[in-house]
Design a binder for this molecule. Structure first.
Ligand SMILES: *[C@@H]1O[C@H](CO)[C@@H](O)[C@H](O)[C@H]1NC(C)=O
Ligand SMILES: *[C@@H]1O[C@H](CO)[C@@H](O)[C@H](O)[C@H]1NC(C)=O
Length: 384
């Protein structure tokens, strides 16, 4: 379309009309030199255009390459809140403190809890009745008919908001029949369940160093290993106690949540996770998809049978469950089996159906940290 100038306009920009000024000349009448010159000019214009496009492409590529660096260095994409949080790290040791359960007293635990730092408590459950007693055989004796709710699905990525999970009601005995079978490993899990009717709470006594707190509940986690929970935070204080099998726990302190894309998009599940979840795979972070995770300091603890872990409220954690490692669990398992069925005691432990068990309980306590509570409850609503 021709651009029409307003009629009043008579200025020098008015286009030349044929017949005025220089006459229009047909191309054929031009000298070869002139044609060459015009051609050169056209080519030059195109070259300039190409150069410009090239420049834009290079700039775009450079920017996308530099973006993570700019974001990391705080030039791009860091809000004041994020900067604030980056400067307000908790004063926790880089490597999680560990202590023998027998050496732990209330005073020491209280001080750790006041700092809101995790604590690895070794051998806590070794004195508990449940440690030797709670075999599958025992569960069948005490509580076969107790109703339980069981997760079915790709439990390798355990998170109850994921659409692929469904809960099924069944008798405890039906779960015990199935959960260690080859077809079920990794797909059937009894997470965070109240103690099935018939189990004695006295078998998992409240740890004495928590005596100044009143617990909210005690829960049981039973499966055949090969589970991983999606990273998330809990509102409550957590004492997680491993009775059988191994858990690899990765934790991130709450002030680093800005690097964890909370509420972000989990591409594997094609959902946005809730704000207290992170879509980052803590155990194998994708630094290309989530470059900010490079800023994160992971606190790792390998929980072995008998160990406990204090996970302070609002700390992100992702827990990978593994079956018992045969070498360190052999003695205990043999004696357990011996108690129940002497005819089986000569078998190798890993040939037992329950050798893949992963059993834990956890105590929930209300969060006492008024300050953290205030900061992080507010955070859930804010975009960082
Ligand atoms: C409590 O435990 C800490 C650390 O093990 C120790 O230094 C302290 O003396 C203990 N206090 C009491 C009262 O036993
Ligand atoms: C003990 O194990 C054997 C061999 O697996 C089995 O046949 C028997 O029924 C078991 N006995 C009890 C009391 O569970």
């Amino acid at each position: 379309m021709k651009r029409r100038l307003p009629p009043a306009y008579q200025g020098p920009l008015q286009p030349r009309q044929p017949g005025f000024g220089e006459p229009e000349v047909a191309l054929s009448e031009l000298s070869p030199n002139r044609v060459g010159y015009q051609l050169m000019e056209k080519i030059e214009n195109r070259l300039q255009l190409l150069l410009l496009l090239n420049f834009i492409c290079v700039a775009v590529v450079l920017f996308s390459l530099l973006r993570p660096v700019l974001v990391e260095s705080g030039i791009l994409g860091r809000s004041r809140l994020t900067n604030y949080l980056a400067k307000h790290q908790l004063d926790c040791p880089a490597k999680v403190d560990s202590i023998e359960a027998t050496a732990l007293n209330t005073t020491f635990f209280y001080s750790v809890q006041s700092d809101s730092c995790p604590l690895h408590i070794k051998g806590l459950a070794k004195q508990w009745p449940a440690y030797a007693k709670w075999t599958d055989e025992f569960f069948r004796e005490c509580c076969s008919d107790a109703p339980v709710k069981v997760e079915h699905g790709r439990a390798t990525r355990f998170a109850n908001f994921l659409p692929e999970f469904s809960k099924k009601k069944m008798k405890f005995t039906a779960f015990l029949d199935e959960y260690t079978s080859k077809a079920r490993i990794g797909t059937m899990y009894m997470p965070e369940h109240k103690l099935p009717a018939g189990l004695d709470k006295g078998d998992v006594p409240q740890p004495s160093f928590t005596s100044y707190m009143s617990p909210q509940s005690v829960k049981i986690w039973l499966g055949a290993g090969e589970y991983c929970s999606l990273p998330h935070t809990d509102y409550q204080e957590n004492i997680l106690v491993q009775l059988e099998g191994v858990k690899m726990v990765r934790m991130v302190e709450p002030t680093q949540r800005a690097w964890l894309y909370p509420g972000g998009r989990d591409t594997k599940a094609s959902v946005h996770v809730p704000p207290h979840y992170s879509p980052v795979d803590f155990h194998e972070p994708d630094y290309f998809k989530f470059p900010l995770v490079k800023n994160v300091h992971f606190h790792d603890v390998n929980l072995e049978a008998g160990d406990a872990l204090y996970i302070p409220s609002f700390w992100f954690h992702s827990i990978k469950s593994r079956p018992s490692m045969i070498h360190h669990d052999m003695g205990r398992r043999k004696s357990k089996v011996h108690m129940v069925n002497t005819t089986e005691s000569n078998d190798m432990p890993h040939s037992k159906p329950n050798s893949v068990r992963n059993l834990a309980v956890n105590w929930w306590f209300p969060a006492p940290h008024a300050i953290l509570d205030k900061i992080f409850e507010g955070l859930e609503d804010k975009k960082i």
